[in-house]
Design a protein around this ligand. Structure first.
Ligand SMILES: [Zn+2]
Length: 321
């Protein structure tokens, strides 16, 4: 029964990976098409759209790698390699972003020289951002459908993101037409800042992931609390859940759970308990990738509780002084 649960989870991850692979593929098409039009038109709005596609794709790529790894469900993962991949994706995105910023500064400088003439002069360029929006909408439909089936957190986050990007694409398309007809660089720059803001959000998310995976941060306390409360369901007269540790490893979490057992509990029961703890942990978050379950005899639990009690009493008496 428990074995079935685990394989069901693995299938969910595998399917999530497949969806993310489609999303990354569509995003690469997005980058290429928009890049061609950016090059042909030299419109700073279209270049901004390119940079937004690039940062979003980088983020999707890291998610895709993550789900590829967890769908393999093998313990022999070289975490360093994963951190290196995330770092590499981040570095490439930052380099592209810097290039773009230089270009943006250049454009702003050239406004002054060209008596504030905008770079976007062709209203038909709105078709390019509308294409971006259409592609984003297709991704939204795919991800929303997949989320209803798979219920993985990443797809929920991605569908929300796609909706925001769709709104940005619509505003950008209107902005292009307005800029082309009014020849106002203010409208152009406003649209550029809006797209830049969206791209910056993705870049921040990406750097957060990379930094976390390198440093192995202690986890957000909220998730740890949820894990502790979920695992406390197991507590019985002869089984006590002790200390729970949760660490960030790449995009995933690795947990360590101390369990205190009555000596009468058989090895077979302990084995099933270890599986149950793994399933419950994955239920709390799909990103809890591995759980180390350490068993101790119950005596030790009682002793550690007593010690804690004594320490608390000491703290109380010392604070009174
Ligand atoms: Zn975006």
């Amino acid at each position: 029964m428990l074995d079935m649960d685990i394989s069901e989870i693995v299938i969910r991850y595998k399917d999530t990976y497949k969806i993310l692979r489609i999303v990354v593929l569509l995003s690469v098409i997005g980058i290429l098409v928009v890049l061609i039009f950016a090059y042909l038109s030299s419109s700073i709005i279209i270049y901004s759209d390119v940079i937004h596609w690039v940062t979003d794709t980088a983020l999707e790529l890291v998610s895709m790698i993550t789900f590829y790894i967890i769908s393999k469900a093998s313990r022999k993962i070289k975490w360093n390699i994963f951190a290196l991949e995330a770092l590499l994706v981040l570095i490439i995105s930052v380099i592209l972003f810097s290039f773009y910023l230089f270009m943006l500064i250049d454009t702003i400088k050239s406004y002054a020289e060209s008596s504030y003439e905008p770079t976007t002069t062709n209203p038909f360029l709105a078709l390019v951002t509308m294409f971006s929006g259409l592609l984003t909408f297709v991704m939204y439909i795919i991800e929303r459908r997949a989320y209803q089936r798979l219920r993985t957190e990443i797809l929920k986050v991605d569908t929300k993101h796609a909706l925001i990007d769709l709104a940005i694409a619509i505003v950008a398309s209107i902005g292009i037409v307005l800029t082309a007809y009014s020849r106002s660089f203010v409208i152009e720059l406003t649209i550029v800042m809006l797209i830049l803001y969206a791209a910056l959000q993705s870049l921040i998310d990406l750097s957060k992931e990379a930094v976390k995976s390198m440093l192995g941060f202690e986890v957000d306390p909220n998730l740890k609390l949820r894990l502790i409360s979920k695992l406390s369901e197991i507590n019985r007269e002869d089984i006590k859940i002790g200390e729970v540790e949760l660490r960030k490893m790449g995009t995933f979490y690795v947990a360590k759970v101390n369990v205190y057992l009555d000596p009468k509990i058989t090895i077979g029961e302990a084995h099933r308990l270890r599986k149950l703890i793994n399933v419950l942990s994955k239920d709390v978050s799909e990103l809890i990738y591995h759980v180390d379950v350490l068993f101790y005899p119950m005596k030790k639990y009682i002793r550690s509780k007593k010690k804690e009690g004594r320490r608390k009493q000491r703290e109380k008496s010392s604070s009174k002084r």
